[in-house]
Ligand binder design. Structure first.
Ligand code: FES
Length: 157
């Protein structure tokens, strides 16, 4: 299915492009906007981003596959990212990760049958001082305990 950006998102992309002498450096921001609109980066999205930024589809795909923040398949409505890097690990990050996996019955980068949740084990998200932490879409939840995680997931169901 063909993908086209909304007029509002075209404006946002043009603002990104205007920051640079050529269009190519706007690729990460453009892909981020695309993912926000489409939920994930499909082949049609790649074609459209390439056309707008005067890049080849292969160049865009290279960026998509290099960075873990771009998804090539639809993720859940609530995408939960659990940090298990050093600070979080030392403060129970793996307990939280295991709890989330068990509670939702899915593994890394999988989506629940109802499409409500997907989960991802991630590296440091820059919130080490309030470890352990997780993010649901753009929102951070910090200083987690098992009780807080239980409550959070129940509230999202
Ligand atoms: S180690 Fe988890 S946020 Fe930095």
């Amino acid at each position: 299915m063909e993908f086209k950006f909304t007029p509002e998102n075209i404006d946002r992309i043009n603002k990104e492009i205007a920051k640079y002498p050529v269009k190519k450096p706007a690729v990460m921001a453009t892909l981020y906007i695309a993912q926000e609109q489409n939920g994930y980066i499909s082949n049609e999205v790649i074609k459209e981003v390439a056309a707008i930024l005067e890049m080849t589809a292969e160049e865009v795909l290279g960026v998509v596959t290099f960075y873990t923040m771009y998804y090539q398949k639809p993720m859940g409505k609530n995408h939960i990212q659990v940090c298990t890097n050093v600070s979080c690990m030392l403060r129970g990050g793996y307990d939280i990760w295991n709890q989330v996996k068990e509670k939702l019955g899915i593994g890394n980068m999988e989506v629940t049958g109802d499409g409500k949740f997907s989960i991802e084990e991630v590296e440091c998200m820059g919130s080490c001082g309030t470890a352990p932490m997780l993010a649901v879409n753009e929102d951070y939840y910090e200083n987690l305990t098992k009780e807080k995680v239980e409550e959070l997931i129940n509230s999202l169901k």
